[in-house]
Design a protein around this ligand. Structure first.
Ligand code: GLC
Length: 602
């Protein structure tokens, strides 16, 4: 690709398509703008001339560099998915700080609860030794358990307890960075000749930070060490130092860590910000337009770096494959096509990825106070799930420890929590992909009514607040924090509420339990073909799942107003989030029907 390449060709390129789609989403522009005959024939060079003064040459240089990194396109093969335990499993994420009192012992005490809910596997957020600047995502010792969570014996007991119940354990693997208190970093900082010096990005620069990259947690991505007169790179907090994967000895250490835990019996890993591990050689400066648009300057230099595929293939071959271990990568900023190149089965990189395309609507970011429109979810799902046929497989989730509650984004006043929580459950357990529940989903948990910045603990929110109050009044800054803070997802799970819901057939908990059992009872809901119906209807999401003779029809009213159902005649209602099945769908009503394969949904 060069400046002479036409927009049409760039849009046909997997990376080009994802980037242009992202730009369209961020600017709220429709896809036809790029995908039409006139603009399609325009060359990149012509756009550069037309946008002079607005888009810098470095934008085009960075775009071309990204396009030219990727020689491959996803394989168009539409063969049926090969079975795997992690495609059939229902995962449940545990954030150990707030799941239950008493750390690992507390989790062990809840295993029967999880099994009863129908959970097959747990993803456990970090429990390693850490100074907790970012709640454990800053690891000081990969081979030690943080004392407040327990001991290595407790960890062994957890693994055994899960396996006894036929469940699996996926640990969090944070290897884009370590804590600044990790002995590698300490040795590297103290001695420039240390063998660990090359594990990190140290730079000497007399006139400010070595480049203009900003941290995802606000401010410069470089920390200056006065005594040593050296800068070191941290894409996250000042205590999360980026690791240099170019260094072969570092990669060996990482394989050692992974194998050590797999030897213990762990079944796989969730790989934290794993798409950030390959930084463009020379750490060139980031483009300011991309920085403003995406919120982080420099991101185009590392979110899909030149050696990413190579590192992932090596990590898989050297550490995961010998154990047949499972991997799911957290991949912020990765779109549909790049996602397939990272996780399609024939690529032998990751098994799954978490894409975040569905969590933010056009023109909005997490800290904007806005109401999420579910018709956007439909648009994103149609694109992602249609693209991910054949070799591809998806993750299905609405919450995790990094986001305010999805329920509250859709319905900030909480007027429709009861039907909405169940609607989301229906989608999560009947679409094509692996469901990842976050603790509290099964209780219909909403955002917290924080009233002051003193109640906020998260390092990301506090960094952003400090930045915001430089230019806006504190109450306005707090409003932004309130809309997006990760603390909404980190307050203690309300066991009293879950206990209250136990055995109550009308509870959200029981609804999840029944749906999980339904999914387990039917291969059509797991491997069945997914066909979206009425693709342009903004308020109705409807689809079928079909395998052999079994067929389900699912429909969901995505709006708070009533509308007609499109269920076929003679369909047998299995589940719904309201009682009865009149011909109108009530606010956020969702239903699952069993239908005859030949009957046509309307
Ligand atoms: C991931 C984690 C998040 C953490 C960040 C840095 O996004 O999910 O909690 O702060 O990586 O490790």
């Amino acid at each position: 690709m060069t400046l002479n390449s036409k927009f049409r060709d760039i849009y046909a390129h997997p990376v080009g398509r994802d980037i242009l789609d992202k730009l369209l989403v961020q600017t709220g522009k429709p896809a036809w703008l790029i995908n039409n005959g006139i603009i399609g024939n325009v060359t990149l060079g012509a756009v550069q001339r037309l946008t002079r003064g607005w888009l810098t040459p470095s934008f085009f240089e960075a775009l071309l560099a990204l396009l030219n990194i990727e020689p491959d396109a996803p394989d168009a093969n539409n063969a049926a998915a090969t079975p795997a335990w992690w495609k059939e499993a229902v995962f449940y994420q545990i954030y150990p700080r707030s799941f239950a009192p008493n750390g690992l012992r507390g989790i062990i005490a809840k295993l029967d609860y999880l099994r009863d809910l129908g959970v097959d596997a747990i993803w456990l957020s970090p429990v390693y030794d850490s100074p907790n600047d970012d709640n454990g995502y800053d690891i000081r010792d990969y081979y030690k358990i943080l004392p407040e969570f327990g001991t290595m014996d407790d960890m062994d007991a957890l693994i055994a307890g899960l396996h006894e119940r036929g469940m699996k354990l996926v640990m969090d693997l944070v290897v884009n960075h370590t804590s600044d208190e990790h002995p590698w970093f300490q040795a590297a900082l103290r001695d420039e000749h240390s063998p660990y010096r090359d594990f990190y990005f140290f730079r000497v620069s007399d006139n400010g930070p070595p480049n203009n990259w900003t941290s995802l947690f606000s401010g410069s991505a470089w920390n200056y060490y006065q005594e040593q007169k050296v800068w070191a790179l941290h894409l996250f907090s000042k205590k999360q130092m980026d690791l240099n994967w170019e260094c072969p000895a570092l990669r060996e250490e990482i394989y050692k860590i992974v194998r050590w835990w797999l030897n213990k019996g762990v079944d796989g890993f969730r790989l934290d910000v794993i798409n950030f591990i390959s930084k463009t050689e020379g750490l060139p400066k980031g483009d300011s337009f991309v920085g403003t648009l995406m919120g982080y300057t420099g991101i185009e230099r590392y979110f899909y770096g030149p050696r990413l595929h190579e590192y992932l293939k090596e990590l898989r071959a050297r550490a995961f494959e010998p154990y047949k271990a499972f991997s799911v990568g957290e991949t912020p900023g990765i779109g549909v096509q790049m996602g397939r190149l990272l996780s399609d089965s024939y690529r032998r990189e990751l098994d799954l990825i978490f894409s975040f395309d569905h969590l933010e609507t056009p023109g909005h970011s997490r800290f904007d106070d806005y109401r999420y429109d579910l018709s956007y979810l439909k648009r994103i799902y149609q694109t992602h799930l249609n693209a991910d046929r054949g070799h591809g497989w998806n993750t299905l989730f609405f919450n995790n420890h990094d986001n305010p509650k999805f329920l509250s984004k859709v319905d900030p006043e909480g007027a429709y929590v009861q039907p909405l929580a169940r609607l989301l459950a229906i989608l999560q357990l009947t679409l094509r992909g692996t469901p990842f529940l976050y603790q509290g989903d099964e209780a219909g948990t909403q955002n917290q009514p924080f009233t002051s910045i003193d109640e906020i603990h998260d390092v990301e929110s506090l960094g952003l607040y400090a930045e915001l109050i430089k230019t806006m009044p504190p109450n306005k800054a707090f409003k932004r924090i309130l809309a997006g803070t990760r603390d909404h997802a980190r307050t203690p799970l309300c066991w009293e509420e879950l206990e209250r819901q136990r055995g109550d057939p009308a509870s959200v908990r029981q609804f999840y339990r029944n749906l999980i059992a339904l999914r387990r009872s039917s291969k059509a809901l797991i491997y069945g073909e997914l066909v979206f119906l009425r693709p342009k209807d903004k308020t109705l999401l409807s689809y079928t799942r079909t395998l052999a003779d079994e067929c389900f029809y699912i429909e969901a009213n995505l709006s708070p107003t009533t509308r007609r159902s499109a269920a076929p005649c003679g369909a047998e209602l299995l589940f719904g989030n309201y009682a009865g099945s009149p011909s109108t769908l009530r606010p956020y009503e969702a239903r699952i029907y069993r239908i005859n394969k030949l009957s046509k949904p309307m």
